[in-house]
Design a protein around this ligand. Structure first.
Ligand SMILES: [Zn+2]
Ligand SMILES: [Zn+2]
Length: 235
C-alpha cells in the first residue's frame, strides 16, 4: 500500500482531503469560494426596508445595510463541496476612488478540522429610495378613512386609547395620517382591507359600537372606479 502524503508540502501525519493534498494546502491552492462581483438593490432610506425578489422586506436587525448585503450575497455564494460548515459575514465596507461602495465579505469555515478564512470584495449598487409604505406615509395617500366618534360628542381619551391599542403591526404600516378634531379622530389607511380588518378585530373586543360604511370622492382611474372607503365608528 502506497504511503499517503500531501503532494505539495510532503506532510504524512495529516488526512488528505481530496486524496492528494492536506487541508492546509488545499485551502491555500484549491479551495473554491465564489461570490458575485457586484450586487444591485434598493433600500428605503427611512425604515431600512430591503427590495428582495420584487417585494419590500422589513429588516430584522439594527444594521439593515449589512443585513441586506448578506441577503444579496449569501444565496449567490458558491463554496467548495469539500467544505461542510462555513459562515458568511460582512466584514467591512469601503469606498473606492470613484466613490463607489464595496463590501468585504468574510467567509470562515472548517475543512477537516483546519479553520480558514476567505475574503471577497463585492461592489455594491444599492440605491436609497422610499418603500411603498414610507412613500404612502409621506404623501398621506389613503384608500380608507376611519372616523372615530363618541356618543358623548366629544373626544373620550380612554376609549380612544383602547381603540388605538389595536393599531399595531400591519395596521401601523398602513396608517398614513392621523387627524384629531374636537369630536374625534380620523385615521387614514393606505389599504381598505387594513382598515376593515382593524375594525373587525376591534369590534371583537368592544360591544355597543355603531359602525357605518360609506364611500367618498369617487373617481375613475385607469378605467376603474375608485372610491375612498369611510368607516365611521361611534363608541
Ligand atoms: Zn500540504
Ligand atoms: Zn420605508
Amino acid at each position: 500500500m502506497a504511503s499517503k502524503f500531501c503532494v505539495l508540502c510532503g506532510k504524512t501525519d495529516v488526512p488528505l482531503v481530496d486524496g492528494r493534498l492536506c487541508a492546509e494546502c488545499y485551502v491555500k491552492h484549491r479551495l473554491v469560494v465564489e461570490t458575485p462581483s457586484e450586487v444591485k438593490g434598493k433600500m428605503c432610506k427611512l425604515c431600512g426596508s430591503m427590495w428582495i425578489s420584487g417585494k419590500w422586506i422589513k429588516p430584522e436587525t439594527e444594521d439593515p445595510l449589512r443585513e441586506y448585503i448578506w441577503k444579496l450575497v449569501a444565496p449567490r455564494t458558491t463554496v467548495d463541496r469539500l467544505v461542510k460548515t462555513y459562515e458568511i459575514s460582512v466584514e467591512r465596507l469601503w469606498r473606492d476612488a470613484g466613490n463607489r461602495t464595496h463590501a468585504v465579505i468574510l467567509l470562515t469555515g472548517d475543512l477537516e478540522g483546519h479553520r480558514f478564512e476567505v475574503r471577497k470584495d463585492v461592489l455594491l449598487d444599492i440605491s436609497k429610495t422610499l418603500c411603498n409604505e414610507c412613500m404612502n406615509k409621506k404623501t398621506g395617500y389613503y384608500e380608507a378613512k376611519v372616523q372615530l366618534r363618541f356618543k358623548e360628542k366629544r373626544l373620550d381619551e380612554d376609549k380612544r386609547a383602547f381603540f388605538e391599542s389595536f393599531i399595531t403591526g400591519q395596521y401601523t404600516g398602513a396608517l398614513t395620517n392621523v387627524i384629531e378634531g374636537k369630536e374625534g379622530v380620523d385615521y387614514y389607511f393606505a389599504s381598505k382591507s387594513a382598515a376593515k380588518n382593524l375594525i373587525a378585530s376591534f369590534l371583537a373586543h368592544y360591544s355597543g359600537a355603531e359602525v357605518k360604511e360609506t364611500f367618498e370622492s369617487e373617481k375613475v382611474k385607469d378605467g376603474k372606479r375608485m372610491a375612498k372607503l369611510v368607516i365611521s365608528v361611534r363608541l
